[in-house]
Design a protein around this ligand. Structure first.
Ligand SMILES: Cc1cc2nc3c(=O)[nH]c(=O)nc-3n(C[C@H](O)[C@H](O)[C@H](O)COP(=O)(O)OP(=O)(O)OC[C@H]3O[C@@H](n4cnc5c(N)ncnc54)[C@H](O)[C@@H]3O)c2cc1C
Length: 396
């Protein structure tokens, strides 16, 4: 079965590519893999840029999607793990809930998004992984295991686990009361951006910018909660009041963008206080060595969390992302950027290009060893390990 990820950088000729509709079908596949000693890797929406997958058995959870149940009093909703992020907004809204935040797009599956620590921007806002209060796992031994807040350390591990603890079959999301967002877009020079940096970060729910290496300008974007527009849906009054580059909508309509052009991406999380100096070092290097680069550098903020290996674990964070077109060689650019990120204690996004290995992660995450122990306990035979994960965890 031929298969490739979103950007086309990962190609596989998988022995089996299976889309089960039930947990029983999934368990049967896992039993077969055990008997044939095959590696099993799960695909969400294949939007990661790293070699997470395998030529043995690939499992897609596209057949296991949708709302299972909700609890209005607790403010939670349980979804099948293959549900795409763009399928969460409407059912959550119907019960008065919304996601606290999401990233630039909404095409990922909820299990794939949490497994790599997918995030948006906002210094008070958590990654998607932290919006989960329970996960249901099918373990390597074929057991169904529910992990929730009664086991905080296990939940902290399951929130960002790279598909290494088991196959996630359902997740319980903790929503926030549903909200409308007002989006503003404008351009600023790098100097203007720096002068307003702290105020932009702290006086907006969401703020980010994309620096364009060609114009040396920053495309700024803020999103803030607002009232429901009076004429929403009537195509008139409200829209007339909005300036160019402004939009109002339900949060799940405003938060994601569409990405038509394909690219590859590297992203590192650095301590918040190092964000600006790190960005300036990347900018200087790109202007010096890659003056023709046409893809932007993105700058976002992220609240500290308590996951074991989530990139903002234990520290307030700035994330910096570098892009290159999918049809172009990205290795020299990304390698030069990675050298700079290393100087700022950068932690690579788990789903984006990097060359870090176990010895690097041991330095970057105080509880990396604890995560490895938990992984070993859940999957002692390495059923869910491929060469990329073995290199991350330092397993021969
Ligand atoms: C255009 C684009 C925009 C992006 N924007 C952002 C952004 O704004 N912020 C950000 O943080 N990231 C962003 N990303 C990265 C992306 O969110 C992550 O790579 C995410 O993991 C992709 O989700 P997915 O469903 O495609 O998972 P996949 O890429 O398919 O899988 C990711 C990992 O999750 C595991 N997995 C998937 N499903 C399961 C399951 N059911 N059980 C166990 N493990 C599972 C996989 O095995 C793999 O290890 C972007 C990527 C693209 C291509």
């Amino acid at each position: 079965m031929e298969w490739s990820n979103w950007s086309g950088s990962q190609q596989h000729q998988a022995e089996r590519l299976i889309t089960p509709a039930t947990i029983d079908e999934l368990a049967a596949l896992l039993a077969l893999a055990r008997s044939e000693n095959k590696v099993v890797r799960t695909i969400g929406s294949a939007h990661s840029f790293v070699p997470f997958w395998t030529d043995d058995y690939l499992v897609s959870l596209d057949g296991m999607r949708g709302l299972i149940t909700h609890d209005s009093a607790a403010g939670t909703a349980r979804f099948h793990a293959g549900t795409k992020l763009h399928e969460l907004g409407e059912p959550l809204w119907q019960v008065g809930l919304s996601m606290e935040n999401m990233g630039d797009i909404d095409r990922q599956s909820v299990a794939g998004a949490i497994s790599t620590g997918t995030h948006g921007t906002g210094p008070t806002l958590r990654s998607v992984s932290n919006q989960i209060v329970a996960v249901q796992l099918l373990t390597a031994a074929g057991e169904i295991r529910e992990i929730d807040e009664s086991e905080p350390e296990l939940l902290a591990a399951a929130r960002v686990s790279l598909g290494s603890l088991g196959i996630i079959t359902a997740v319980t999301l903790e929503g926030v009361p549903s909200y409308w967002l007002h989006e503003r877009n404008w351009q600023a020079s790098v100097e203007e951006c720096e002068a307003q940096l702290e105020s932009l970060i702290h006086s907006n729910r969401h703020w980010e910018f994309f620096w364009d290496p060609q114009s040396d300008l920053c495309a700024m974007k803020t999103l803030n909660p607002c009232d429901e527009p009076k004429a929403h849906g009537a195509e008139g009054e409200q829209l007339k009041d909005l300036a160019e580059g402004e939009f109002i909508g339900r949060n799940y309509e405003i938060l994601p963008s569409s990405r038509e052009l394909r690219f590859n991406e590297m992203e590192f999380s650095v301590p918040a206080s190092e964000g600006w100096p790190c960005f300036m070092a990347i900018r200087e290097m790109i202007r010096d060595r890659y003056p023709k680069l046409r893809w932007p550098v993105e700058y976002r903020t992220l609240k500290a969390d308590e996951t074991l290996i989530g990139t903002p674990s234990g520290r307030e964070t700035v994330t910096i992302s570098v892009h290159e077109g999918a049809n172009r060689a990205f290795e020299p650019l990304f390698s030069d950027c990675e050298a700079i990120f290393r100087q700022y204690q950068g932690r690579p996004h788990w789903g984006k290009v990097h060359s870090h290995q176990a010895t690097d992660f041991e330095q970057l995450y105080p509880r990396f060893d604890r995560f490895r122990e938990i992984r070993q306990h859940f999957d002692p035979e390495g059923r869910f390990l491929n060469p990329h994960l073995r290199s991350i965890f330092g397993i021969d």
